[in-house]
Design a protein around this ligand. Sequence first.
Ligand code: COA
Length: 163
Amino acid sequence: MIKKSPQEMNELSDPVNIESARLTDVPALCHLLQQLFSIEQDFTPDLEKQRAGLTLLIQQPDRGTIMVARNAEGHAIGMISAQLVISTAEGAPSAWIEDMVIDSAWRNRGLGKSLLQAILNWASQQGATRAQLLVDMDNTPAIAYYDHLGWHTSRLQMRSLFL
Ligand SMILES: CC(C)(COP(=O)(O)OP(=O)(O)OC[C@H]1O[C@@H](n2cnc3c(N)ncnc32)[C@H](O)[C@@H]1OP(=O)(O)O)[C@@H](O)C(=O)NCCC(=O)NCCS
């Protein structure tokens, strides 16, 4: 668990903990995903589906992980997830980063960056040599955020098909 002091967290008066999500976090994580999926045009918030997906991921720690930022009351105020795939391009695991969202009341205080770094550390410890993520092409603030943090833009375009 990473404990950030107020001095380390710009403008935060209370300490924030970053740690793995627990099943008891699922309702709060559903609320966070609702904020994210209302921005991303490809997704529609669906409480039951989000509850099922989050539970599956927490119960299968070999596949991936969810990290949460908790406020002083222990409430999840930000989240991020990563899942491992084998990359034939890299000849090693790589990590799909998803579900990056900070509660709207807690943005611009360094929490997103801290969560991202924590999950990249996790991926690296699992042997991943690359991480990748998708951003809605109209989500200008998120695009600027990843640019600022040094993420490269890909020439690949996503395609999806429901089974
Ligand atoms: C995008 C998001 C996760 C960023 O989290 P955050 O906690 O607000 O960001 P941080 O405070 O950790 O910012 C980290 C750094 O990025 C910079 N940054 C943050 N937002 C930025 C933006 N829109 N444009 C440029 N830089 C930005 C900060 O200034 C900071 O820079 P520094 O480390 O040099 O001081 C958050 O705004 C959010 O939840 N947005 C809605 C959901 C979303 O769009 N998620 C992304 C889905 S792909």
